[in-house]
Design a protein around this ligand. Structure first.
Ligand SMILES: *[C@@H]1O[C@H](CO)[C@@H](O)[C@H](O)[C@H]1NC(C)=O
Ligand SMILES: *[C@@H]1O[C@H](CO)[C@@H](O)[C@H](O)[C@H]1NC(C)=O
Ligand SMILES: *[C@@H]1O[C@H](CO)[C@@H](O)[C@H](O)[C@H]1NC(C)=O
Ligand SMILES: *[C@@H]1O[C@H](CO)[C@@H](O)[C@H](O)[C@H]1NC(C)=O
Ligand SMILES: *[C@@H]1O[C@H](CO)[C@@H](O)[C@H](O)[C@H]1NC(C)=O
Ligand SMILES: *[C@@H]1O[C@H](CO)[C@@H](O)[C@H](O)[C@H]1NC(C)=O
Ligand SMILES: *[C@@H]1O[C@H](CO)[C@@H](O)[C@H](O)[C@H]1NC(C)=O
Ligand SMILES: *[C@@H]1O[C@H](CO)[C@@H](O)[C@H](O)[C@H]1NC(C)=O
Ligand SMILES: *[C@@H]1O[C@H](CO)[C@@H](O)[C@H](O)[C@H]1NC(C)=O
Ligand SMILES: *[C@@H]1O[C@H](CO)[C@@H](O)[C@H](O)[C@H]1NC(C)=O
Ligand SMILES: *[C@@H]1O[C@H](CO)[C@@H](O)[C@H](O)[C@H]1NC(C)=O
Ligand SMILES: *[C@@H]1O[C@H](CO)[C@@H](O)[C@H](O)[C@H]1NC(C)=O
Length: 511
């Protein structure tokens, strides 16, 4: 049995702790099917979509570049969900003379949104190959209105979701009452559009799953699984299921107290949170197929994010680990919620570049969490079972079974072809002490040929988790504060199979 040995420099006094994750380096049985290349995607509020996109005569170049950087790495455009809470008060008016009309009340709050034909011109600014999910208004229970929006949209995009967070409507829907609308609407709209294949996204709920999952209270929750059980897909219209995840919230003071940078940058906490979805992910994929479970909107902190938390490099570490961990438990895509603010590049964007570079142009890349590893219940939380890093280290392997590279060069199922090493120990730019680091020995995962030639490494790093400047956040030596790469590209060669990973940083290793 090969072993991945990890030496943790827990303090600057060089007191080393060791933790072991057992190999072998071959494709683990719990590895995912091939990753969707649009894993790192975006969710944009419908009412503010044109603010991000601009218009035909003045396209928003920042947004274009932010999308294009990902496409350059994976070969496909990120998926874009146009939706969110504003979609449930959005109407179609074929005679509107502007792209969007947002009706505001006297306090400046949004009352409702009307879209006109020019809106689709803004949608067309997305690259041609973009998969777009548009949310139709369910909350007003106006089928005619939803149909008219779907018909207008159909010329430019494909998948539709009906309703946003219907488990939070004042209508107090159950899975059954929701399904009594969703199922006939999706069937009838499909007929009108002459679509005879599943093209709708079901669910879009936001309440966290209750745990344990096999109690009657948990089973009666309104979510994708209970909607499917109530017959949502009886008309074969459901292509995907979506649920939203917000690990933290500032909606109320109790939860706001937990929404700290220290809690954010912690593998154990984010994995425990995502593990709540494992039973649902399994159930949905059994019914709708391997690429069907989508976290259609997510972020670290709901109700608008939190200053000094969501705008930091710590958020990038959280985002990277959340994306990779969720992928490793078979979530197919994650459109990150780009809430209300103006189009701006935050440090977190670099985490998406990491993910896109990790996936690359392969269409056969499979991921598995190899450290801390898995318990029999599928959770990767092994703190009790020997993860001495206290939720500070995570390692993911990427295998390319169909790769033509020889096994000795890291092709096939015998060895991974890439590893992502994350050190979630928090280190702030404002900390006086020297930055701790971990040396991860990956030699057990390296094919013999590669051990001699060395591995390549790219780093995701900033001066600390508390850093808010995108111009100080580096991916492979470059910053992306203006949407495009600035600075000198840095790709290291590491010999000896021992990779140093600084606190609050991550390394993509490949060969
Ligand atoms: C992911 O799905 C595959 C089947 O598609 C399964 O073999 C694997 O065990 C799943 N992994 C996890 C962590 O659930
Ligand atoms: C396009 O956007 C620019 C910048 O916001 C604005 O000045 C211009 O009026 C818009 N053009 C149209 C046709 O809406
Ligand atoms: C946006 O991109 C277009 C086309 O590449 C270019 O002509 C224009 O100058 C750019 N605008 C800005 C503000 O960079
Ligand atoms: C938007 O809200 C206003 C104010 O309540 C209402 O008068 C108007 O009819 C609404 N728009 C649509 C399209 O329902
Ligand atoms: C439903 O939507 C249609 C089309 O937008 C609109 O004409 C109608 O007034 C709406 N009905 C209600 C009750 O709001
Ligand atoms: C919609 O889906 C069909 C079938 O997958 C595809 O041929 C078509 O190009 C898609 N259209 C758009 C606008 O994405
Ligand atoms: C859907 O179509 C069926 C059959 O044509 C019809 O009975 C039903 O009223 C329609 N539902 C809605 C919400 O329009
Ligand atoms: C729930 O599942 C756990 C573990 O699979 C099992 O031990 C427990 O008995 C189950 N509880 C119920 C109420 O079925
Ligand atoms: C964010 O951090 C800055 C710098 O430490 C501080 O001045 C500011 O008060 C903080 N904001 C909040 C909301 O705590
Ligand atoms: C990470 O979170 C877990 C679970 O709450 C906790 O046990 C652990 O101490 C945390 N790690 C750090 C470094 O705070
Ligand atoms: C890092 O800074 C945050 C505030 O920005 C603070 O809450 C946290 O305790 C700091 N952690 C360390 C290890 O300095
Ligand atoms: C980074 O951006 C900040 C403003 O956000 C600016 O003050 C600083 O000069 C910039 N640094 C560099 C190196 O461009």
């Amino acid at each position: 049995m090969a072993a991945l040995s990890v030496w943790l420099a827990l303090t600057t006094l060089l007191s080393y702790a060791t933790a072991n994750a057992n190999g072998p380096p071959s494709l683990p049985e719990w590895a995912t099917p091939p990753l969707n290349p649009a894993l790192a995607s975006f969710s944009i509020e419908l009412a503010y979509f044109t603010e991000y996109m601009g218009n035909q005569s003045a396209p928003n170049n920042l947004t274009q570049n932010v999308f294009d950087n990902l496409k350059q790495r994976t070969g496909v455009s990120p998926e874009v969900r146009i939706g969110g809470i504003t979609a449930d008060s959005a109407f179609w008016d074929p005679n509107l003379g502007e792209a969007v009309y947002n009706l505001l009340d006297s306090s400046g709050a949004l009352v409702n949104t009307t879209l006109g034909p020019q809106f689709w011109d803004a949608v067309k600014l997305l690259p041609d190959d973009t998969n777009i999910v548009l949310t139709l208004d369910l909350e007003n229970l106006n089928y005619t209105g939803a149909l008219s929006m779907a018909e207008a949209a159909w010329a430019v995009l494909n998948v539709s979701a009906v309703g946003n967070e219907p488990d939070h409507y004042s209508l107090d829907l159950s899975a059954q009452t929701y399904t009594s609308y969703w199922e006939p609407w999706s069937v009838n709209i499909s007929k009108v559009l002459d679509v005879n294949y599943p093209e709708f996204q079901v669910g879009v709920t936001v309440e966290d799953p209750l745990w344990p999952y096999n109690t009657s209270a948990a089973e009666s929750q309104f979510d994708c699984v209970s909607a499917l059980a109530a017959g949502a897909d009886d008309g074969d219209t459901a292509k995907t299921c979506s649920e939203h995840t917000y690990q933290y919230s500032v909606c109320d003071t109790t939860r706001a107290a937990d929404a700290t940078l220290t809690n954010l940058v912690n593998h154990t906490r984010l994995a425990m949170y995502l593990d709540l979805w494992q039973p649902r992910i399994r159930a949905v994929r059994d019914q709708l197929g391997p690429d069907s479970f989508v976290i259609g909107e997510f972020n670290s902190v709901s109700c608008g994010g939190k200053d000094n938390v969501t705008d930091t490099f710590g958020q990038a570490m959280w985002l990277l680990d959340t994306a990779l961990y969720a992928a490793s438990i078979n979530v197919s895509r994650f459109p990150l919620a780009n809430n209300y603010g103006p189009a701006q590049v935050y440090p977190a964007y670099s985490a998406y570049l990491f993910v896109a570079d990790a996936i690359g142009t392969s269409r056969t890349l499979q991921i598995a969490n190899i450290f801390p590893g898995r318990q029999t219940n599928g959770s990767s939380i092994t703190t009790a079972g020997g993860d001495a890093s206290a939720g500070q280290l995570a390692v993911y392997g990427f295998w390319d079974e169909a790769s033509s590279a020889s096994a000795s060069a890291g092709g096939g199922a015998e060895y991974p072809s890439k590893l992502a090493l994350l050190n979630m120990q928090i280190y702030n730019e404002t900390d006086a002490a020297a930055r701790p680091s971990v040396t991860v020995d990956i030699s057990a995962y390296l094919p013999s040929g590669v051990r001699d030639t060395g591995v390549m490494a790219k780093r995701l790093v900033a001066p600390g988790a508390d850093v808010k400047a995108a111009n100080a956040t580096m991916w492979a030596g470059q910053t992306f504060a203006h949407g495009y790469a600035e600075g000198v590209y840095v790709e290291e060669t590491v010999y000896g199979g021992r990779v140093e990973v600084e606190a609050s940083s991550a390394v993509l290793v490949y060969w």
